[in-house]
Design a protein around this ligand. Structure first.
Ligand SMILES: *Cc1c(COP(=O)(O)O)cnc(C)c1O
Length: 387
């Protein structure tokens, strides 16, 4: 497999570690999404801000005409600052604080994705106080599994997310009886890094079933169906598959989900939009041979990119300044934690102190999850436009 192409001469002069964002690839990805969605005027995309809230990235996504999916007041503020129209913002999360609900009410966002009856009551109460009406969709837990890491499935009955299916009708009736909430839709999200379209088929079929049940109970005219996000990317071969299979993804819903006349379908993709355009650039500090292995110790750690430690995630790792024969390395960071390992038994060009190492497909859940643990500096970030 070929390595990615990077402005290595520029990188040599920069302080590592840092995130590098490939703006032409981001724009091609956004263009592909626009082309796909043109065929479906009833489909709406809200970018999941939690994947990457870098202001430059948010601006490009906003300029492409997409909405925002937020899970905190901070994200709502970041979306507004980046120019997203309040009417394009949806707000999810199991634990919305009062100030976050008030911020969303003040901004008059498109809708709240509500995850429990107590939350519904609080939103209604705060809306009464502010003399507003809140649009709410109910997040239903569809008890659909997804073939992905267990820490990133969200749509099983045992997960903390959403309202159980057997409570759905009662919850809708309660919402309909409240003075200052307007029930506008149903929301779902089954997990992340999903590559098998069958998982989305299962969700579509479950939604069909639930809509039939609601109609039999006399609950009609649900204007919005939101199927969340979760489409995965190819971490093994980012050069071979720089842009996800959006066509298959939208077609899966077009084929399997029975929308009612006038019903609008919403998507909340995060990783699939920004994952492949980001790379974490780090420098090798030391190569340390031991009796059984060879460690390449780099200056980035789990504080800069936590996915391998948190989800056993695989990222393709390349030495972009060496073309010497390959050897086997454990690529590890400097943090005082045994889980601070990017990859074990990895074949990579012979590496020495000072070499630049690219950790690929790091545009989603990378920079945004960085922490200052060990009192480290936060990683830098640069777009290809500024380098
Ligand atoms: C995280 C999340 C998303 C985005 O997930 P991706 O896998 O990045 O597409 C969408 N909707 C909700 C409610 C989420 O929590």
């Amino acid at each position: 497999m070929e390595k990615g192409t990077f402005p290595i001469d520029r990188f040599q002069q920069m302080q590592t570690p840092f995130y590098y964002y490939d703006i032409p690839l981001l724009n091609q990805t956004l263009q592909t999404l626009q082309d796909q969605l043109r065929a479906h005027p009833d489909y709406h995309l809200h970018y999941a801000v939690k994947a990457n809230a870098n202001p430059a990235i948010l601006r490009h996504i906003q300029e492409a005409g997409f909405g925002a999916d937020c899970v905190s007041g901070g994200e709502i503020q970041a979306a507004l600052d980046a120019g997203f129209s309040p009417q394009s913002i949806v707000f999810a999360g199991v634990g919305k604080a009062d100030w976050e609900i008030q911020l969303a009410l003040r901004a008059q966002i498109h809708s709240f994705n509500v995850e429990s009856i107590p939350e519904l009551e609080v939103i209604n109460q705060l809306a009464v106080e502010m003399q507003q009406t809140a649009n709410v969709s109910l997040r239903i837990n569809p008890d659909v599994g997804a073939h992905t890491h267990h820490n990133i499935t969200t749509g099983r009955a045992e997960n903390k997310f959403g309202i159980a299916m057997d409570r759905m009708k009662d919850t809708i009736r309660q919402a309909l009886a409240m003075s200052n909430v307007r029930f506008v839709g149903l929301h779902f999200h089954i997990g992340s890094q999903i590559l098998q379209m069958d998982d989305f088929v299962a969700l579509a079929q479950r939604i069909n079933e639930l809509q039939d049940r609601l109609e039999q109970a006399g609950i009609r005219d649900i204007r919005h169906i939101n199927v969340g996000g979760g489409l995965g990317i190819d971490y093994t071969d980012p050069n071979g598959h720089p842009i996800p299979t959006f066509g298959d993804y939208f077609q899966t819903y077009a084929t399997h989900l029975r929308l009612r006349p006038g019903q609008q379908l919403h998507f909340e993709l995060g990783r699939a939009v920004v994952g492949q355009m980001g790379t974490l650039i780090t420098r090798c500090l030391y190569v340390k041979p031991t009796a059984t292995r060879q460690f390449a110790i780099v200056d980035a750690g789990m504080t800069d990119l936590i996915r391998p430690a948190l989800y056993d995630a695989y990222h393709r790792i390349e030495n972009i300044t060496s073309s010497e024969p390959e050897e086997t390395y454990d690529v590890v960071g400097p943090i005082c934690e045994s889980s601070d390992v990017f990859v074990r038994d990895h074949r990579m060009n012979r590496t020495q102190r000072g070499d630049l190492i690219a950790i690929r497909s790091a545009g989603a859940y990378g920079e945004i999850m960085a922490s200052r643990y060990n009192l480290r500096r936060l990683p830098g970030s640069y777009t290809s436009d500024e380098i």
